[in-house]
Design a protein around this ligand. Structure first.
Ligand code: SF4
Ligand code: NI
Ligand code: CU1
Length: 713
């Protein structure tokens, strides 16, 4: 037997033995009826569920899984057979980790790792993955001979936008060398035991279940999905024993190349298991092996500039300078100019005092971030599309936090970034470079002026920015589905959900919440063959349902025949499909005859008896599930929200945070469309009821309009 297959089988057999013992012991200790589950998932033990279709719910379900696991270990001298044994190791690790959750409610409390990654987190990664903001996922395992090397590699991945998942002592090695960890930094420590690698594996597997509409039990389908659609790879550090090698074999079986930092000599498997002994080359070689392309950086700064820093929070005590609407006039505005000569391309001007050097307390300044663009194909409608990106771009700067938009925002620059040389002019460079990079098709010329003179900011805010915001709001309010003759598709999510297509209309944004009709229109202008294509509004079949021949035709084509009929406004009749990254889901609440709406962030129970995760698992992967539908937050207050079933009047329950967030707009819609006052006061939330009976009592007390409506189905 070759040394490699020898090692794989050795590890797989060892894990199988450990798993069998642990399962027997747990059954003995807790009894076969004891529940076993990972937190916040609708996919049971995901590897077992996806590979075999078995829904493990109690300890008594596990012995049969152990037998399946053992049957995968054939000990035959053949690399593919050995890779299957690697899958057995993955299953064993999953069971061993699940048993930790039987013994303790949160076995990872007090650990530097987070353990199991909940479903909503995976859903939230959908959009950045499809847009290439997260170009790939790195799984780091083990302990390197040099801690600083690990930190350098993680930082390299971070700067390239990758998501890094870490298992083992490499976690401390990175943290001790200044790497900041957390989902917001795209660096997530999973745990120290080698079995914690299962928490990386199930992320890939659930991606298939959530977005790919995989049939549980379809193992070949699963392996094809992870290989083709999940851009992950593994780096191991330090000496690796049989267990690590067999876990690596499992990764290879899923299509993820493994780069080790020891010399494997003839045991390497080209394209799949590779030795890179120079840590300086680990990252580049890994990306090459997985064919991950990283967008070239459009801008050079004294600090990092990457999507990985988007969620970074800068506390007051760490702040060097701040531009805050609470203390000073502020605004940001992108305006289009009609004449080429009006815009001096590349001009970056600071109009007013710059941030002073050597300040001993927080510098507070006014700021008007003004951008003027000219382009032959530029349209006024694209101003807001570009302007909204300022938030993301400024946040990409390491050591900078941006919240808010328009005339209400706060920007903080950290002391650390300041010391490293970040200055105000760099903000101008970021805007110029990113606008040229992302909007080059429509922007020929671009000039940035950062106004910090208080009187000038005030003047600009009152006389230029506010009137422009108001004009845009009027335009948006007049943009209805009736007023336009074109809708748009968005198929960006097809890289994960091949059968999914969003139809974006002025009153119905994409379900991820990130693509409005204006965005889709701009996307079409930016890239002719891109993810958004126009749908002429022709061949109306049923106005109330929002059924159009043209929509059906184009969606059918865009989904390669997977979806034949789609309505724009119905939850029941051919509802729009879901990919998996929806912000909210709505579903029928049968007792009240209404619908509940739940957002991804809400982890508690709903009156349907299902959590967000469980509801979400009912739809996704481009499948139509009448009665359940993913949608964007903003859609809730739309006149078109399930208009075919009677509109927003059907909403009977929302988590409190969501209800409060949409209250003003939702109340306005309810009043305008149905003459209902203070509608949200009639809608339940988790502080009122989480079961249908108490909810019903509340609705009756409030005389909720749904009580006098026709049955929803
Ligand atoms: Fe994905 Fe739809 Fe959002 Fe496009 S609009 S990114 S397809 S969820
Ligand atoms: Ni290659
Ligand atoms: Cu999506």
């Amino acid at each position: 037997m070759s040394a490699l297959t020898d090692l794989i089988y050795g590890g797989a057999n060892a894990v199988a033995g450990l798993t069998e013992n642990a399962v027997n012991q747990a059954v003995e200790q807790y009894g076969p009826d004891k529940k076993v589950a990972f937190p916040d998932t609708a996919y049971f033990l995901p590897t077992i569920y996806a590979a075999t279709g078995v829904k493990v719910q109690t300890l008594g379900d596990l012995p049969a899984c152990v037998n399946v696991l053992k049957s995968l270990i054939t000990n035959k001298e053949d690399l593919n057979e050995a890779l299957n044994a690697g899958l057995a190791t993955a299953v064993g690790a999953e069971i061993l980790e699940a048993l930790k959750y039987v013994a303790q409610e949160n076995p990872y409390a007090g650990e530097s790792g987070i353990g199991f990654v909940p479903d909503p987190v995976i859903r939230s990664l959908g959009v950045p993955l499809v847009t290439g903001d997260i170009p790939g996922v790195a799984v780091l395992l083990g302990k390197a001979d040099c801690a600083k090397d690990v930190a350098d590699i993680v930082r390299d991945y971070q700067e390239k936008g990758l998501l890094t998942l870490m298992v083992g002592d490499c976690i401390e090695q990175a943290l001790e060398n200044g790497v900041r960890a957390g989902l917001e930094y795209r660096v997530v420590p999973l745990g120290h035991d080698v079995t914690a690698v299962t928490h990386a594996v199930t992320v890939a597997i659930r991606a298939g279940l959530i977005f790919g509409a995989l049939t549980p039990g379809d193992l070949p389908g699963l392996l094809a999905y992870t290989k083709e659609r999940v851009p992950a790879f593994v780096n191991t550090f330090g000496a690796i024993g049989p267990v690590e090698v067999s876990a690596g074999a499992g990764a290879i079986a899923l299509g993820f190349p493994v780069v080790v930092d020891i010399d494997l000599a003839e045991n390497q498997v080209p394209g799949a298991l590779v030795s890179v002994t120079d840590h300086g080359k680990t990252a580049a070689e890994s990306l090459h092996l997985r064919h991950i392309k990283v967008k070239a950086k459009a801008v050079e700064l004294p600090v990092s500039f990457a999507a990985a820093f988007e969620g970074e929070i800068i506390r007051k005590g760490d702040t060097y300078a701040e531009f805050s609407s609470h203390l000073n006039p502020t605004c940001e505005l992108v305006t289009m100019r009609e004449e080429e000569s009006q815009v001096e391309d590349g001009a970056i001007v600071i109009d007013g005092p710059d941030i002073p050097e050597g300040a001993t307390s927080i510098v507070e300044l006014p700021l008007a971030t003004t951008v003027e663009v000219y382009g032959e194909r530029m349209q006024k409608d694209f101003e807001s599309v570009i302007e909204r990106k300022i938030h993301a771009w400024f946040n990409y700067i390491e050591g900078v936090m941006h919240t808010g938009q328009r005339n209400l925002f706060r920007i903080r620059i950290s002391k650390d970034a300041w010391e490293r040389g970040l200055r105000l002019k760099h903000f101008g460079e970021v805007l110029y470079s990113m606008i040229k990079d992302e909007f080059g098709e429509v922007v020929d010329k671009c000039a940035v002026r950062l106004i910090t003179d208080k009187a000038k900011v005030d003047d600009f805010l009152q006389n230029v920015a506010m009137p422009r915001y108001n004009a845009r709001d009027e335009r948006l309010a007049s943009l209805t589905d009736e007023s336009v003759d074109t809708f748009y598709t968005c198929v960006l999510c097809q890289s994960f959900a091949p059968a999914h297509c969003c139809v974006v209309t002025p009153e119905r944004l994409g379900l991820c919440g990130a693509v409005s009709w204006l965005d889709a229109k701009a996307t079409k202008e930016l890239s002719d063959a891109g993810p958004s294509q126009p749908i002429p509004k022709t061949g109306c079949i049923d106005e109330k349902l929002g059924a159009y021949e043209s929509v059906n035709e184009i969606v059918k084509e865009a989904t390669h025949g997977a979806v034949e009929n789609v309505t724009l406004y119905s939850l029941i009749q051919d509802p729009m499909t879901s990919c998996g990254c929806f912000e909210c889901i709505c579903g029928i609440e049968p007792l009240s005859n209404g619908v509940i709406v739940v957002n991804r962030e809400y982890a508690g129970m709903t009156p349907t008896g299902m959590t967000f995760g469980e509801l979400a698992s009912m739809t996704g992967g481009g499948v139509q599930t009448p009665g359940f539908m993913g949608h964007g937050r903003h859609f809730i207050a739309s006149r078109k929200f399930i208009a075919a079933e009677g509109g927003v009047r059907r909403i009977v329950w929302m988590p409190k945070e969501l209800k409060d967030d949409v209250a003003a707009r939702l109340n306005k819609t309810a009043k305008e469309e149905f003459g209902i006052d203070n509608f949200t006061d009639m809608i339940g939330d988790e502080t009122i009821a989480t079961d249908p009976e108490s909810l019903m009592a509340f609705l009756t007390e409030k005389n909720h309009p749904v009580l006098s409506m026709d049955p929803i189905m």
